[in-house]
Design a protein around this ligand. Sequence first.
Ligand code: NAP
Length: 342
Amino acid sequence: MSDDNRQWFVAQASTSQGIRLERACFGQRIGARPEPGPGEILIRNYYFACDPMNHAWVKGLEARFEPIPVGGVMRGGVAGRVVASHHPDFAIGDAVTGFLDWADYTTSNGSDYTGTPLQRVPRDLPLASGLATLGMTGHCAYFGLFDIGRPKPGDTVCVSGAAGAIGTVALQLARLSGCRTIGIAGGEAKCRYLQEALGADATIDYKAESVSDRLTDLCPQGMDVFFDNVGGPILDAALARLARGARVVICGGIAGYNSEATGLQNHLMLAIQGASMAGFFYFDHVHRLGEANARLASWLRSGAVQEVLDVAQGFDAVPEAALGQFSGKNLGKQLVRIAEDS
Ligand SMILES: NC(=O)c1ccc[n+]([C@@H]2O[C@H](COP(=O)([O-])OP(=O)(O)OC[C@H]3O[C@@H](n4cnc5c(N)ncnc54)[C@H](OP(=O)(O)O)[C@@H]3O)[C@@H](O)[C@H]2O)c1
């Protein structure tokens, strides 16, 4: 085991208006491998998960967690294996995930930075699944769609950011629920993938088509569920096409993370259609991860849900991967594999 411990740290304060960090905020350094104290484990990390939340954590815009100061180690979703244990519940070789240091090695007392217990990746599934279908990504799709969207067979469910991490899972869960699915994504290749590989009934390329016109064509009776990862003009266009009693799930609003927020013009359609719009925050649902993981893992094993991974290779790939999500470079869950899992 090497004594070196490469780390990504906050090299300088961000000056951007939104949450997105600049490239210069990402610094790399080598520190000493940490030693696990009493009751702690040492984890060798293999994958980092890129989430828009990584940026919000550094800047402290995510209300519930302290910002990471300049010089502090960046953190985010991490999957690794226990290589030393002074903790009765963890053995060497256990596969674990959590929100931990973006470093080769990290210690834990059994929980992550958010206080959430480390999650275990089932032995028969790839380590990367613990950050994708069985990570925050799959969980957001699961809680958002089923708790708020409440899809019924025959419903029309539209998903924005449909070719991203959460979108690819939400779309498939809607299809599994017997719904007609419409995915909104940027570019012809992503839209083709959603239809050919993930079984979307229809897609809208928001970069080349009018979302409003296409929704009018595709949803003459309106949509029953809108699962929104994007916000802004796409959310507004969807509000204009709600069916009676529709449910709008606010998962995220990436279109506004780096630009001026735009006001909604069509929010009164919620009143006219007797529809509801509600958001959710992942960390309010972590007490139900067991339930979500049991169902998501069984769909993954049976092939009912396909895992869509976009894996950048090597420790150095972190900044490009983490920044690329804002311009749609990723298809599915953006991970960085920092070492080979032996
Ligand atoms: N509620 C929660 O607790 C929670 C937890 C985690 C994440 N989230 C939010 O959920 C959303 C999806 O997260 P994710 O992990 O699936 O992210 P992701 O994989 O990075 O997907 C984001 C996708 O959004 C699209 N996009 C980027 N800018 C856009 C714009 N201006 N207009 C339209 N589409 C745009 C891009 O695809 P295209 O090529 O299609 O543009 C990009 O690939 C994010 O807003 C995130 O902040 C919420």
